[in-house]
Unconditional design. Sequence first.
Length: 289
Amino acid sequence: MSSIPIPPIPANFLGAGSQTVSEEDKLEYMEMPTEMSTFDVNSKIYEWDESHDLSQCKTFLEGVHAQMLGFKVENPNLSFVVQGMNDDNLAYFNTLLGEGEVSAIINQKEQTINIQESIFTGFWRITIVDNENNLISDCIEVGDIPEAIVALNQKKSNKILFDSALLPESVINAPAILTELKDKRQEYEASKKTLDAINLTLLPHTEDDLTAINKILGFGDTVILSRGYGNCRITSTGISAIWWVKYFNSTDNEILSTIEITDIPIVACAAQEDIQDSTERLKEFTDEL
C-alpha cells in the first residue's frame, strides 16, 4: 500500500486569529458604568503625628460606639451629626472611615444625598448637598441600610399599569414578564415579607422588550453600587419595592440581570453579625487614640 503524503498544517490553521472576521461580524456590547461621582467631604489624607490632639474624634467615636452596643437591625437606625471636630480631627475621622463595599446616590430636585459605607460594615456616612454642591448636612448612620433609601422608595406608587394592546408590535415577551411582575408585586403587598425576583438573564427577551418594561416601571432616583459580591448595580424604579439588580464581571460585562421585589435588595444590606463585628473593631480603633 502506497503512503499518501500529508501536507504540512500551517501554524495558524486553528485557534485565535486563524479566521478572518469582517467588521459586521464583530461582537459589540455596551459597557455599563460601575462607578458614580459623589460628594467628597474631604480628600485630605491624614498624616499621623503624635503631637496632634485627636480627643475630639475620640469623644465622637466613643459616643457612637456606646449606642452601637446591643444594636439590632430591626430597630430604627442610629444617627449622629458629624460636628465639633477641628481640621486635624476631621481629617483623621475621614481617613479612618475610608470606603466600604456599598455606596449610593439619591438624586432629588433640589439636593443630592450621597451615601458611603465605611470600612465598618453598617456604619454609613451620609452627606446632603444642594445643586451647587454645597454641603447641607453631614451625619453618620448605623443600621443595615440608610433609612432615606427605604423611606423614599416607599413613597412611590405600588401599581404596575399597562395595556398589552398598546405596546409596539416588536414587543414580544414584555407583557408576560410584566404580568408575572405585577402578580409578584401584589403578593408582596399582601405579605410585606416576600423576597422574589425575575431572572431576565434566563428569560427570552429583546431590546424592545426591555425598553417597554423600563418605560412602564419608570425610572427611580436611587442608584446603589455594591462590591461585596462582585460589581453589582442596583437601580430603583418608579414602583415601590421593585428594583433592577445587575451583576458585572471583572471586565464590566453584564453577567446577570434581575428585577427584585423587596424593600431593599439584600445584597446592599449589612447583616446583624456584620454590625456586631464593626462595633468591636470600632472599639479597638477608638482605644488607640
